[in-house]
Design a protein around this ligand. Structure first.
Ligand code: PMV
Length: 327
């Protein structure tokens, strides 16, 4: 059966950077994200006896090599659970640049998991879907839900899953993304985090602090305290990047424009325009703001040389099956 799903990307406020178990994708710390409305992957999966091998097409390109392998490995996992040996055709498109620290793997694997499980007729709840999605790309387990989402790290596959803390209507904050680079990053998150765990002397201290920050940010979310949400988000982002920078060899994902924008955000705050940054494994800057300041921030970002594109996201909804098949 052919099934199609749409899943939104997410931005972590408390980041995941490192696995306690590489095979099961169990993280070293729990993490927390907001789902990003309008930044999505749209994926159709068809398991059928018509296919002799898996076909994977992303953004109108047939995938080969490592990229195809990651998808096929995930299809194998789902086939195993469903006890099926049917091959599949997968067609997917992202409405934002892939792999430039824009977490296309999060929305991509979330949409793939929802569509593939439905295509094999599996009846699963969201928790089970998030457990499967996690094993394709860790951060994708959070994209199964909309709103404010926690990924509980757990210590075995069954208890490492995402859950929704609050839905997309709970507290409206915006993520304005300044795109300074659209090229694919040189070191993938998957490869980078493995090296960080192996070589970074600061790693365990960041993991402990992440758990503390998670408790603090959940309190700030409960109180709808934007300033605290922003401050804790920035702190965790800098802690994660500190471990990246002190990986051997150094993982410096930032570009000069990244630092320029960080400094501007600090200046804007001093002037009273409140916003906070966070950055994934790439140079693009996510700027958190309240809705009333979003237009002004967007206007100021447009004036910065080196900013190639800007996306203004509200908080998005759950991953969903949808009828618009791509083939
Ligand atoms: O799940 P992956 O392999 O795309 O890794 C995601 C890593 C970060 O985006 C940097 C952090 C996060 O929690 O999303």
């Amino acid at each position: 059966m052919k099934c199609t799903a749409i899943a939104n990307s997410n931005i972590a406020l408390i980041k995941y950077w490192g696995k306690a178990d590489d095979k099961l994708f169990l993280p070293t710390n729990s993490s927390l994200s907001i789902t990003l409305g309008g930044l999505n992957s749209h994926t159709t999966v068809d398991f059928s006896a018509n296919y002799k091998e898996d076909i994977v097409n992303i953004d109108a390109k047939n995938m080969e090599g490592e990229k195809k392998e990651k998808v096929v490995r995930h299809l194998n996992l789902i086939r195993n659970i469903a006890n099926s040996n049917l091959k599949a055709k997968v067609v997917s498109k992202n409405n934002f640049p892939s792999a430039a620290g824009m977490a296309s793997s999060a929305s991509g694997f979330a949409a793939l998991t929802v569509a593939a499980c439905a295509s094999l007729g599996m009846k699963l709840d969201k928790k089970q879907i998030s457990i499967i999605s996690r094993q394709g790309s860790g951060s994708s387990c959070r994209s199964i839900y909309g709103g404010y989402v926690e990924w509980i790290k757990g210590n075995k596959s069954e208890n490492s899953f995402a859950l929704q803390l609050a839905d997309e209507n709970y507290f409206d904050i915006r993520d304005i993304i300044a795109i300074v680079e659209q090229k694919e990053k040189k070191v993938s998150s998957r490869a980078g985090m493995t090296e960080t765990i192996k070589t970074c002397p600061l790693y365990s201290s960041r993991v402990n602090t992440a758990e503390e920050n998670l408790i603090k940010i959940k309190k700030a979310i409960k109180e709808k305290n934007f300033s605290d949400i922003g401050k804790i988000t920035e702190f965790d982002c800098l802690l994660m990047h500190a471990t990246m920078i002190t990986t051997i060899p150094a993982l410096l994902y930032w570009s000069p424009e990244t630092i320029k924008i960080i400094k501007l955000i600090q200046e804007w705050r001093e002037e009273g325009l409140e916003s906070y940054f966070t950055i994934d494994a790439g140079p693009n800057v996510h700027i958190l703001s309240l809705p009333e300041n979003a237009k002004e921030i967007e206007k100021r970002l447009k004036e910065i040389e080196g900013v190639k594109d800007i996306m203004n996201c509200n908080i998005g909804e759950d991953a969903k099956l949808n009828g618009e098949d791509l083939f």
